[in-house]
Design a protein around this ligand. Structure first.
Ligand SMILES: Nc1ncnc2c1ncn2[C@@H]1O[C@H](COP(=O)(O)OP(=O)(O)OP(=O)(O)O)[C@@H](O)[C@H]1O
Ligand SMILES: [Mg+2]
Length: 224
């Protein structure tokens, strides 16, 4: 990768969060396209994944198996992928002024492994501080959709794509309730960064809300 131009502004780091099937990947693609129309360079990436090692870990972590990984093992896999992703992709891109849009990040570990699996948020934040000390999202869009809608959408998608990434889809409603509560805790702690987007509506209406929030954030940043 090229050296950053001296004095260049670091690219913004924006993450998308929400339950499975809430529309993260759809909205990330739309936002990336719109930013490119405005002349920005954009890296679209995802977690777990984003690097060759991360994608291998994704397969290990998400495919259904006879014995589910122990919760701490699952969390360890997520952070092994994340540490590689931050060092090899996210920070080098930001250093060149490239916008980074990431489908899930540490908030997902806090919600799924911290709240959903009961490991607690503090353990997740500690691992982040140790393993990914430079990478903190500037802005996060949490796509808020009814649990039942999410489950239906992602089950349909799994059937259509014959995907093997079905481990979380087989979880109970109770599990997703805990995950959602975990996300809402993050919002209470960091309301400026963590924006809840009501995302039940049409794809393009949701995209419009995200764009408006982004503009408001950029205006606030410009004043600082
Ligand atoms: N606003 C919407 N209204 C109706 N359907 C939608 C909407 N947004 C996305 N979908 C559809 O719901 C399904 C899940 O969307 P998408 O893959 O973007 O969600 P996701 O949050 O990335 O899911 P996952 O966590 O499983 O990766 C897709 O089939 C998509 O076309
Ligand atoms: Mg997705």
């Amino acid at each position: 990768m090229k050296e950053p131009a001296s004095g260049a502004k670091r690219g913004p780091f924006i993450t998308f969060e929400g339950l499975d099937g809430s529309g993260k990947s759809t909205q990330l693609r739309l936002l990336a396209a719109r930013l490119r129309e405005h002349g920005h360079k954009v890296l679209e990436t995802r977690e777990p994944g984003g690097t060759p090692l991360g994608e291998e870990i994704r397969r290990l972590a998400l495919e259904e198996r006879e014995e589910a990984p122990a919760p701490r093992a699952e969390l360890g896999l997520m952070f092994a992928a994340r540490a590689d992703h931050c060092a090899r992709r996210i920070e080098p891109a930001r250093a060149q002024g490239i916008w980074v849009l990431c489908d899930r990040f540490t908030d997902a570990s806090e919600a799924y492994q911290g709240a959903g699996r009961g490991l607690g948020g503090e353990l997740v934040r500690q691992l982040h501080r140790v393993l990914c000390p430079e990478s903190w999202p500037d802005l996060t869009f949490f796509l808020d959709v009814e649990i039942a809608t999410c489950l239906e959408r992602s089950r349909q998608r799994l059937r259509r794509e014959a995907s093997r990434e079905g481990r979380f889809e087989s979880e109970t409603e109770e599990f997703f309730r805990k995950v959602r509560d975990g996300y809402l805790e993050i919002q209470k702690r960091e309301p400026a960064r963590f924006r809840i987007i009501a995302a039940e509506g049409e794809v393009y209406d949701v995209a419009g809300k995200i764009w408006n929030e982004l503009e408001a954030w950029r205006n606030a940043e410009a004043k600082q």
